[in-house]
Design a protein around this ligand. Structure first.
Ligand SMILES: C[S@@+](CC[C@H](N)C(=O)[O-])C[C@H]1O[C@@H](n2cnc3c(N)ncnc32)[C@H](O)[C@@H]1O
Length: 268
């Protein structure tokens, strides 16, 4: 199992964000490469909403989602299991995938490589289970490029505190900009690199996005807040200020927030 800590944990403030994700809003760059009958692996699948959407695109191909967290795999099984899709979920470490070489046509990871200590080794293992000529696809965000208005000082401090914690946890908060280089270092020589954004600028989106981040920092039982305190990066007063800052931003009718993502499609 992973030798580093997944910074966000899997409390409700995190899963509220993951459950919103679809292939359209989080894997659009990959969709033109999909067709019925392809076998697809989704590594670090979380609660499996993107996995399920991808399964609809490749049916009747075999689709498997794996994640290191048994808790989130159970949630994926329960929610996607209610559909008629042919998808299975397993607990596994992406550095030791429980599949033979060349098992899948597509191996996908959304917002996973930013959280692992050795993203190059991860890309190598993803290629091992991908058939020659198949596609290894990854998309990650870039926290230092988060852009927002209006300016809220404690929001900038909150994002910087998150960045410090990712370094303690051996993650890369600027993964988006490194995906192409990591793929080259992993030995891929045919890589298409692109970028796309999530933008939150409606009342409904602001309430959802600002609220879930407020809870990640200051909510009861927040894994992120607990770690920030444990590592001396923030104290309780800071966490309360960070939560208030997210809510202040969300309450502004002028509130606009953009999350830059890097994407790669690498030929195996
Ligand atoms: C930000 S979440 C993304 C979940 C999903 N891909 C999505 O976008 O909704 C990252 C996921 O990667 C998983 N993860 C982190 N390290 C892992 C590893 N070494 N092996 C498998 N899963 C891992 C975490 O448990 C977490 O569920």
């Amino acid at each position: 199992m992973p030798d580093n800590t997944y910074t966000h944990g899997h409390d409700d403030s995190v899963l509220r964000s993951h459950r919103w994700r679809t292939a359209a809003n989080s894997a659009a760059y990959l969709l033109p490469r999909l067709r019925p009958g392809l076998d697809l692996l989704d590594v670090g699948c979380g609660p499996g909403t993107i996995t399920a959407d991808l399964a609809r695109k490749v049916a009747p191909g075999r689709v498997v989602g794996i994640d290191a967290s048994a808790e989130v795999v159970d949630e994926a099984k329960a929610s996607v299991g209610r559909s008629n899709l042919s998808v299975t979920f397993e607990v596994a470490d992406l550095f030791a995938l429980p599949f033979a070489d060349q098992t899948f046509d597509v191996v996908h990871a959304h917002q996973v490589l930013q959280h692992v200590a050795d993203p190059i080794a991860a890309l190598e293992e993803m290629r091992r289970v991908c058939r020659p000529g198949g596609v290894v696809a990854a998309r990650d965000s870039d926290y230092p490029s988060f852009a927002f208005a209006p300016e809220v000082e404690d929001l900038t401090r909150a994002i910087a505190a998150y960045g410090k914690l990712t370094r303690v946890n051996k993650g890369n908060w600027d993964a988006a900009r490194h995906l192409l280089g990591w793929a080259h270092a992993a030995g891929y020589d045919d890589v298409v690199a692109t970028a796309s954004v999530w933008c939150f600028a409606t009342d409904q989106d602001r309430t959802w996005w600002g609220g879930l981040w407020a809870d990640r920092f200051a909510g009861p039982g927040s894994f992120l807040g607990t770690q920030l305190e444990a590592h001396g990066i923030a104290d309780r007063d800071d966490l309360e200020a960070f939560g208030a800052a997210w809510r202040q931003w969300a309450a502004s009718p002028d509130g606009w927030f953009a999350v830059l993502h890097g994407e790669i499609l690498a030929t195996a």
